[in-house]
Design a protein around this ligand. Sequence first.
Ligand SMILES: NC(=O)c1ccc[n+]([C@@H]2O[C@H](COP(=O)([O-])OP(=O)(O)OC[C@H]3O[C@@H](n4cnc5c(N)ncnc54)[C@H](OP(=O)(O)O)[C@@H]3O)[C@@H](O)[C@H]2O)c1
Length: 319
Amino acid sequence: MSIDDLKIPKIALGTWAWGDSGEAGNGYFGSRLTKAGLQEVADKAHAAGFTFWDTAVVYGMGRAETVLGEVLRRYARRDYQLSTKFTPQAAGTGDDPVSDMLDQSLARLGTDYIDLYWIHNPADVARWTPYLIPLLKRGKVKHIGVSNHNLEEIALANRVLGEAGFQVEAIQNHYSLLYRSSEHAGILDHCRSQGIPFFAYMVLEQGALSGKYSQQHPLPEGSSRAEIYNAMLPQLKALTDKLASIGQKHGAAAADAATAWAIAKGATPIIGVTKPDHIDGLVRASAIALSGDDIVELEALADATNVDTRGWWEREMQV
Ligand SMILES: NC(=O)c1ccc[n+]([C@@H]2O[C@H](COP(=O)([O-])OP(=O)(O)OC[C@H]3O[C@@H](n4cnc5c(N)ncnc54)[C@H](OP(=O)(O)O)[C@@H]3O)[C@@H](O)[C@H]2O)c1
């Protein structure tokens, strides 16, 4: 297979939390990650066949890309795929802010191409999308995806790229048991009917659905994710207990059942792995086929939580 082909994995690996690593991490996750620990995560992931990495400039303002580039250096470039993002809000003031941001990502990641380059959000679709065309032509990015775009914005991006013979080849949105805006807005159906992969991010709600966290054992104090999720943990208990019991039937954990739910819905989950044993979870999740009854029960419990986990950077997907 040529490096130009996009190989859609069953599960992709997320690195937002990796921006916390090192001394000046932004503390969003409150994770204490070291380069040696992340090397172990990457090595274990590759040994298990998980080789598709998602990152972004803004995860620790370059820190996640830098550490990812460092730990992947021991692998041949053709043996893994990279996805990173152009974030409009972080654009510089040069003639071509998209090319400039991409060049900085390439330098940090230690590569000369990105397999799947995302526009991070639809801040101004008509303004930013055309900048991608020369990057595709020069082979610096092989494929384009859009993130946090609604159906109308996806169509606009696709029209702009289509004029140059390219297209939107992947969608990446928040999608979890607790946040199904993309499903309700018809984006999953659109992806299915057009044969476009739908990448689901925050499937574990930053750990709140992993089953490891509870009122007695909350998310790390002082982190941004704790501020968002800790108050919800009592309402999530019935759901995480159910995830744990479904997981148990399959010799797996609650987090694995949540990941298997996203796979069963036709999505490619991007799981933010931070520890080597998370990779064991991905192996287990890949092998779980949830029953229709399990899916119905999980979604009913999720709806009953009555929590709103929309990210501060997100809008509802309904047009
Ligand atoms: N396009 C966008 O706007 C956007 C927005 C958000 C995220 N993303 C992408 O999607 C990825 C996933 O989202 P996320 O990292 O924010 O959250 P997530 O995947 O929902 O949750 C990640 C957290 O869950 C825990 N975890 C991960 N794997 C686990 C496993 N197998 N078993 C048990 N616990 C596990 C870890 O917590 P502990 O560290 O506490 O163990 C980790 O920090 C990001 O890393 C990023 O690449 C994109």
